[in-house]
Design a protein around this ligand. Structure first.
Ligand SMILES: Nc1ncnc2c1ncn2[C@@H]1O[C@H](COP(=O)(O)OP(=O)(O)OP(=O)(O)O)[C@@H](O)[C@H]1O
Length: 301
């Protein structure tokens, strides 16, 4: 896979505020990356650096082989961006808005209906002024704007805020199709649970510093948090006969945390006599738990 975006030891200072400190990463084509961090962690600043809207105080950013701050037209044409707060001209219709952005970007806007359909904007909405749109509809129009010209890199700042569950699903379906086409998609988000099985890789930033970067499995391996094993016994009155610190759960089940190295042995002994168990469930550490772990580790350092 080729690198679409490379940041090398990038820092960005706003006066005395160090918004981004010494951050390096490569984003590959066909990769979907979640950029996560608390409010003020530096996510938007990193996106603006990748877009070339601001210049690094030190370090360098390469977008599709060039310096994004130079404003090369072919690079700008190949990058889509959905800002955190989308604001459009309220008097223009959805169609007029996209026509305007397509002209700005100098890209073909021949298959408007297909694009509207893809982002779920209904035929009656596209010819209405944007002031009549709900927040979700504006977000959909924003996504359509970001998709203009089939970008090779898509940078989406909080893309699913304001979308209802059905639209979120539609949004992630679009992202999957883009991934299959080789587009690099970076999503900045606080919605960790919904990113869990949708991002190939997670980058966690805290107070301007990158504190973790990897696939979910890699982060789980580094964090070595326990896997939760939950059982329900056939005899609801009995206690687990296996050693360890079993905790009683509401609903009558039992739970224990087990390290990766001991997991298989525990499973073997639990399943040695299947009639003792009514159910057995495993839960690997969630992205929420990993996020809390890496932030806690950073704070301790
Ligand atoms: N133009 C600016 N001038 C001064 N400080 C800024 C500017 N832009 C951002 N900052 C500061 O840089 C830090 C990082 O901000 P940034 O917007 O990148 O965070 P974020 O992770 O996107 O936050 P959020 O999740 O709230 O959108 C914050 O302390 C913010 O106050």
């Amino acid at each position: 896979m080729t690198s679409s975006v490379i940041t090398s030891n990038v820092s960005k200072h706003y006066g005395r505020v160090a918004a981004v400190r010494d951050v390096s990463f490569d984003l590959k084509s066909g990769e979907t990356i979640a950029l996560v961090g608390h409010n003020g962690a530096g996510k938007t600043t990193l996106i603006k650096l990748m877009l070339g809207l601001i210049r690094p105080t030190s370090g360098s950013v390469t977008m599709l082989g060039g310096d994004p701050a130079r404003g090369d037209f072919h690079v700008r044409q190949s990058v889509g961006y959905l800002p955190e707060s989308v604001s459009f001209h309220m008097a223009l219709t959805g169609r007029e808005t996209l026509t305007f952005y397509a002209r700005l970007k100098r890209v073909e806007f021949s298959d408007a209906e297909l694009l509207f359909k893809r982002v779920g904007l209904s035929a009656d909405a596209v010819d209405r002024p944007v002031r009549t749109y709900s927040k979700g509809m504006r977000q959909r129009l924003g996504l359509a704007q970001a998709l203009l010209g089939t970008p090779q890199v898509l940078l989406l700042d909080e893309p699913t805020s304001g979308l209802d569950p059905a639209l979120r699903q539609n949004f992630y379906d679009i992202i999957s199709a883009l991934r299959a086409d080789g587009t690099t998609v970076l999503l900045s988000s606080h919605a960790l649970t919904e990113l869990e099985n949708r991002a190939d890789r997670v980058i966690i930033v805290d107070r301007g510093v990158k504190i973790a970067d990897g696939t979910l499995d890699e982060l789980r391996h580094i964090a070595s948090l326990p896997t939760r094993v939950m059982i329900k016994l056939s005899d609801m009155e009995a206690a687990p006969q296996w050693s360890g610190d079993w905790c009683r759960q509401s609903g009558g089940g039992w739970e224990i945390g087990v390290d990766a190295a001991d997991k298989i042995d525990l499973l073997k002994s639990l399943t040695a006599e299947p009639s003792l168990l009514e159910s057995l469930t495993l839960a690997e550490p969630t992205l929420d738990e990993l996020y809390a772990h890496f932030l806690g580790r950073q704070a301790a350092e």
